[in-house]
Design a protein around this ligand. Structure first.
Ligand SMILES: [Zn+2]
Length: 114
């Protein structure tokens, strides 16, 4: 979810797919493969953060286990604080990201759109 005129990007990261420190799990079978895959997801999250940061976006990340009401309040507070840019729509909107390893698998919630 993204507030394009305020340049605020909101992510809700799944505990499993994004290796939440509280709920990360390590599947017993193919452990090496899973470890590499989840690590790659986390690295992609950080790449996304850096990309948006360079474009001047405010990034809000929440874990799927967090209280949605608390998260919504936090989003609202930030969105209210950020000044709306008047004039033509920003040109530097992030394109759908392809960071070298193909499309996200099974967790398209990580891709900002809007
Ligand atoms: Zn969690």
């Amino acid at each position: 979810m993204a507030f394009t005129r305020r340049h605020v990007a909101v992510f809700v990261d799944g505990c499993f797919w994004h290796a939440c420190p509280d709920h990360r799990t390590a599947p017993a079978s193919n452990a090496d493969w899973w470890a590499a895959k989840l690590e790659k997801n986390v690295r992609r999250d950080r790449d996304t953060d850096q990309h948006l940061d360079r474009l001047g976006w405010t990034i809000l990340r929440f874990w799927e286990h967090e209280d949605p009401t608390v998260a919504a309040d936090a989003v609202e507070a930030v969105v209210r604080r950020v000044t709306v840019t008047d004039g033509p729509p920003p040109q530097a909107q992030p394109a759908p990201m392809r960071l070298g390893d193909g499309a996200p698998e099974g967790d398209t919630d990580a891709v900002p759109h809007g």
